[in-house]
Design a protein around this ligand. Structure first.
Ligand code: ADP
Ligand code: 5GP
Length: 197
């Protein structure tokens, strides 16, 4: 669900990386952040539980489902999704303000529907990139290797991935994430070109 776009500051672009879970978008976005000091990560809010290696306020703002629903009622989100049952994810409007005030460009790591919604709201000011795994089998293997999901969660993510792959051609660009080093290099070129436009 998308809230109306009320942010029309003259500076600051939006760079959106979307993909099925496990395709590698977080890995690519993290590397881009180390390569380009003008980029700043939009920290999403979520009601899912925190993974062992995650930091509250860095990876996500971890809040309860009740708190999340209150923020929906208060219209604090630019967009939000119930990505999995009772697991909400959303972009807080305050994140864009925070980042643009620093004269940085916002980089997003969001699901496919969220990515398309943000792109539709900001049009040419936003670049949407779909990170494509080389194959569904590789996607599943990456989820298994990440060791963050149980069997049920992997199944949920794979079921959703098959549906999400059908949205790739709605994005400005598709980036095949086969060899990580090549993908990061390509992603960085894409971002640099877009920022200087
Ligand atoms: P997403 O953010 O899309 O859910 P992640 O960035 O968490 O995906 O990546 C999923 C797993 O795949 C992680 O363990 C990550 O280290 C690994 N990974 C990412 N890109 C590649 C790649 N090009 N080759 C092999 N493994 C990768
Ligand atoms: P994970 O639980 O693996 O961190 O994320 C699950 C999915 O939710 C991923 O596809 C991730 O990109 C997406 N996601 C993360 N933040 C947001 C957000 O703010 N909005 C939307 N729509 N999806 C998000």
């Amino acid at each position: 669900m998308l809230k109306e776009n009320t942010y029309n500051m003259p500076e600051g672009k939006l760079i959106i990386f979307s993909a099925p879970s496990g395709a590698g978008k977080t890995t690519i976005v993290k590397q881009l952040l180390t390569l380009n000091p003008l980029l700043e990560f939009s920290i999403s809010a979520t009601s899912r539980s925190m993974r062992e290696n995650e930091i509250n306020g860095t990876d996500y703002y971890f809040i309860s489902a009740d708190e999340f629903r209150k923020k929906i009622d208060n219209e604090e989100f630019l967009e939000w999704e119930e990505v999995y049952k009772d697991q909400y994810y959303g972009t807080l409007k305050s994140e864009l303000e925070r980042i643009w005030l620093k004269k940085h460009h916002v980089i997003f790591d969001v699901d496919v529907v969220g990515g398309l919604n943000i792109k539709n709201a900001y049009s040419k000011r936003a670049l949407s990139v779909f990170v494509m795994p080389p194959s569904p089998e590789t996607l599943k293997q990456r989820l298994l290797n990440r060791s963050t999901e149980n069997d049920e969660s992997i199944k949920k993510r794979m079921d959703k991935a098959h549906w999400e792959l059908g949205f790739a051609d709605k994005f400005d660009l598709v980036l095949i994430n086969d060899k990580l080093e090549d993908s990061v290099k390509k992603a960085n070129e894409i971002v640099i070109n877009f920022i200087k436009q």
